[in-house]
Design a protein around this ligand. Structure first.
Ligand SMILES: NC(=O)c1ccc[n+]([C@@H]2O[C@H](COP(=O)([O-])OP(=O)(O)OC[C@H]3O[C@@H](n4cnc5c(N)ncnc54)[C@H](OP(=O)(O)O)[C@@H]3O)[C@@H](O)[C@H]2O)c1
Length: 322
């Protein structure tokens, strides 16, 4: 079974796109309150046995928070894996909603951005930074054809930090397959891939299996579909599938989110499944997935609720920052 990690996309900034982020933070968006909440979640995750923590330059103060937290708790680099990402710059200025025309984060997959962001990430995290990932590599961003970028990543790899990429959108599989072909100095550049896989969107499955078979660590993100695979989802179009998942959760004495995360943990090619918990209680609920006994019957019962990838990604694009 894969291991559970903790993603920090919802923990380092006042706004995020999951269903009830504002409520989770009790609408207190001061830096002190967001930091306090992040530390509570990090502590709960650590006490629950989680040892992989995933940040990004664009997750507001996520790198700063996790680096303060490991120092306060005297956690050594040998005890923990912290991964981060470069490629998006945080531009929301600590606001939940940005003014019309101003993005929350700006994507640029170019060498100067990599050099600037890697210097900052390394400065924040030092030897605790074990994995550095391209944030949402796509064919359109051109990053997998940018030799200057690939060579710089290879130089980071030679310092002992693993190199990975994350992917998003309905064409995740093509990007993964392309990444698997990239070799520098005779060695495959990427040692991990982070992709969306959940009960609603399983289309990257074969590419992720291929990555696993070639020795890459597969990291699953968005395992509860940004909150859509939790009891919080009240969307009428999800009603029938929610009833089905609730019934399964009752039969197994657990929650919808735990069933969904257990489905990911039990994929044979999965290495890490990120919990995206925003509160300590959500960590507890998500961690229950690790003790749920997964079997063929559960696999069959949950295998039929997937959506067409384009429908899935269209719904995701409609989620509001809150
Ligand atoms: N392109 C990329 O590289 C990329 C993109 C996305 C994510 N990621 C990584 O993956 C991690 C997880 O992604 P994610 O947070 O976007 O998606 P997710 O894990 O599918 O969703 C997590 C959200 O689900 C809701 N939730 C979880 N447990 C719950 C419970 N018991 N009850 C009610 N709601 C619950 C919470 O949202 P609310 O409470 O706010 O509703 C929580 O923030 C991120 O932190 C990040 O590290 C990477």
């Amino acid at each position: 079974m894969a291991q559970l990690g903790l993603g920090m996309a919802s923990l380092g900034r006042p706004g995020y796109i999951n269903l009830g982020h504002g409520e989770d933070l009790k609408h207190d968006h001061s830096i002190a309150a967001v930091r306090k909440n992040a530390f509570e979640v990090l502590n709960k995750a650590w006490d629950s046995g989680i040892r992989h923590f995933d940040a990004a330059r664009s997750y507001g103060r996520a790198e700063e928070f996790v680096s303060q937290w490991v120092r306060d708790a005297s956690i050594t680099p040998q005890e923990i894996i912290i991964s981060s990402k470069w490629g998006y710059t945080y531009t929301a200025a600590w606001k939940v909603q940005t003014p019309e025309g101003v993005a929350h984060e700006v994507k640029r997959h170019e060498l100067p951005v990599l050099q600037r962001q890697y210097a900052t990430s390394f400065n924040q995290l030092g030897d605790h930074l074990k994995l550095y990932q391209i944030h949402s590599a796509t064919e359109e961003s051109g990053v997998l054809d940018n030799h200057a970028v690939l060579q710089f990543l290879d130089r980071i790899r030679q310092t002992g930090t693993s190199i990975g990429l994350s992917v998003s959108g309905p064409r995740q599989s093509e990007t993964i397959e392309k990444a698997l072909t990239i070799k520098l100095n005779g060695e495959r550049l990427f040692q991990s891939v982070q992709a969306t896989w959940n009960l609603l969107e399983r289309s990257s499955e074969l590419a992720l299996k291929n990555a696993h078979d070639l020795g890459l660590k597969v990291i699953i993100k968005e395992s509860v579909a940004n909150g859509r695979l939790t009891s919080r989802n009240q969307a009428p179009e999800f009603r029938a599938r929610k009833d089905q998942l609730s019934q399964l959760a009752r039969e197994h004495g657990t929650t919808i989110d735990a069933i969904s995360i257990a489905a990911a943990l039990n994929q044979p090619w999965a290495g890490i499944v990120l919990s995206g918990a925003t509160t300590a209680d959500q960590v507890t609920s998500n961690v229950a997935a690790t003790t749920l006994r997964w079997d063929d019957e559960l696999e069959n019962q949950t295998s039929k609720i997937a959506e067409a990838p384009t429908d899935y990604w269209n719904s995701r694009a409609k989620l509001d920052w809150n």
